[in-house]
Design a protein around this ligand. Structure first.
Ligand code: SDX
Length: 428
């Protein structure tokens, strides 16, 4: 096979090198395209056919339903690792030794205080504010309380920024939830594990002892692992582009949170539950919602279905679907919404509209059912997605800066007005 690709344009043939990755993916490297063709650019809305970077963090194969973090399969990691180990793996590239993991956790705990003045920002929000908007604002505000920008060429400074955001983010997550529920803000307990502490900060009632539920801890740990990274998805690409201007890590993460909020992306897990609730309230009429999803004149989409990359199945959805059965069973929760979800999935798997377009359940389809069984309010579902995705955002931001990637600045094709003379006010 040739190691170049040729483009014939204006009677000239231009050759461009091919880039091959470690999983044999191929790309045409077109850095010189505009120069050698006197201005030709490519056009690829949504970047469906465009690679933005070389990355060694996550590999996924949409046709085969493969997802690996730094070479380890998502199935193995979800089964055998815990979230903090996976965070370390994504960020630093290797699974930590026991000593490395313990130091990582100690350093995170040492950075888990949030300046009391941040509470004044939180107070300014109405109780009805969506937690994702609050989380994005508070994360950006961390920059004000930790103003020194990261010198990425200093491994120590980079490490300190990483443990700082991993220490403070769970506190902000818990505070966004307790703002909504009107509960006092908690700082958790340094004696607890990372996920155990997050749950205690979220759920501890001020007037009673807190009882840890291992089923919920293990379920959340697995869900966070499944959400931890997903190569160049919308929010991660946002984090990389914002970081490419050398904006700080907290500012870049804050931008990623806003991108994740959208219902076509991480916001889908909340939209799925609202859709399933509507179907249940409508007497379980799944066919009505399937018809709406297929109607081109209806903006409604079957939330939790479809994916830019996975065209057979989302391996995470398979793991979460199995976990949903287990967790609800162990918690003794009989949620009819789960039956509605399974019915909808079964119908979509045989409906030609969905089969022809390769639309299968994605990571968001079942996750909300578990979050609800765990007592997490539906408005917090996407916040939990952000909590899981944080290590992936950090890992990708760090990789982009260490590789000294250029500032992200795409071209365009202009389709507006051509030159025209100015019209005075009285002439308009
Ligand atoms: C996440 O990128 C990632 O990796 C994201 C993520 C991650 O971990 O970061 O995996 C997390 O965001 C998962 C996706 C969550 N979003 C949803 O569940 C929202 C519903 N899904 C769709 O909006 C859609 O499937 C997307 C956004 C996920 C993917 O959209 P694409 O790849 O741009 O596909 P498309 O919009 O071009 O759709 C192709 C066709 C269209 O029909 P035709 O014009 O060809 O007739 O499929 C149709 C679409 O109308 N279609 C759907 C549909 N998804 C696509 N029709 C009905 N219901 C749907 N859900």
């Amino acid at each position: 096979m040739s190691d170049t690709a040729k483009i014939e344009f204006n009677g000239q043939v231009h050759e461009f090198p091919l880039i091959k990755g470690t999983e044999n993916e191929l790309a045409i490297e077109i850095k010189s395209l505009r120069g050698v063709t006197d201005g030709l650019v490519t056009m690829d809305p949504g970047f469906k056919n465009t690679g933005s970077c070389l990355s060694g963090v996550t590999f996924l194969d949409g046709e085969k339903g493969i997802l690996r973090y730094r070479g380890y399969s998502i199935e193995d990691l979800a089964e055998k690792a815990d979230f903090l180990e996976v965070a370390y793996l994504l960020i630093f590239g290797e699974l930590p030794t026991a000593d490395q993991l313990q130091k990582f956790h100690e350093d995170i705990k040492a950075n888990s205080m949030v300046d009391e003045d941040v509470k004044k920002i939180l107070d300014a929000f109405p109780k009805t504010a969506h937690p994702m908007g609050i989380l994005s604002s508070l994360t950006s505000a961390l920059t004000a309380f930790n103003p020194s920008s990261v010198n990425v060429d200093s491994p120590e400074e980079m490490y300190q920024a990483i443990v700082r955001i991993l220490g403070k983010f769970p506190v902000l997550v818990a505070w966004t939830m307790r703002k909504r529920t009107g509960l006092p803000l908690d700082y958790g307990d340094k004696k607890l594990g990372y996920v155990e502490n997050i749950l205690k900060m979220m759920f501890k009632m001020p007037n009673e002892d807190y009882e840890e539920n291992r089923i919920i801890v293990d379920a959340l740990d697995k869900l966070l692992i499944l959400h931890a990274d997903h190569e160049q998805n919308c929010s991660t690409s946002t984090v990389r582009v914002v970081g490419s201007s050398h904006a700080g890590l907290f500012a870049s993460i804050s931008a990623g949170i806003s991108a994740l909020w959208g219902p076509l992306h991480g916001g889908a897990n909340q939209a799925v539950l609202e859709m399933l609730e509507a179907i249940k309230a409508d007497g379980g009429d799944t066919k009505k919602y399937m018809a709406k999803a297929k109607d081109k004149n209806d903006p409604f989409r079957l939330m939790g279905f479809g994916h830019r990359v996975y065209k057979n199945f989302d391996p995470r959805a398979r793991i979460i679907k199995k976990a949903a059965d287990e967790v609800l069973g162990e918690l003794g929760v009989d949620d009819p919404i789960l039956d509605v979800a399974k019915g909808l999935e079964q119908e979509a798997l045989i409906d030609s509209y969905f089969v022809d377009r390769k639309l299968y359940p994605n990571v968001d389809f079942y996750s909300g059912i578990i979050y609800r069984a765990m007592g997490i309010p539906v408005e917090m579902f996407t916040v939990m997605f952000a909590l899981g995705r944080l290590p992936g955002w950090i890992a990708q931001w760090r990789e982009m800066r260490l590789r000294k990637e250029p500032i992200g600045r795409p071209r365009q094709i202009y389709i507006g007005e051509t030159f025209r003379d100015f019209k005075k006010l009285e002439e308009r």
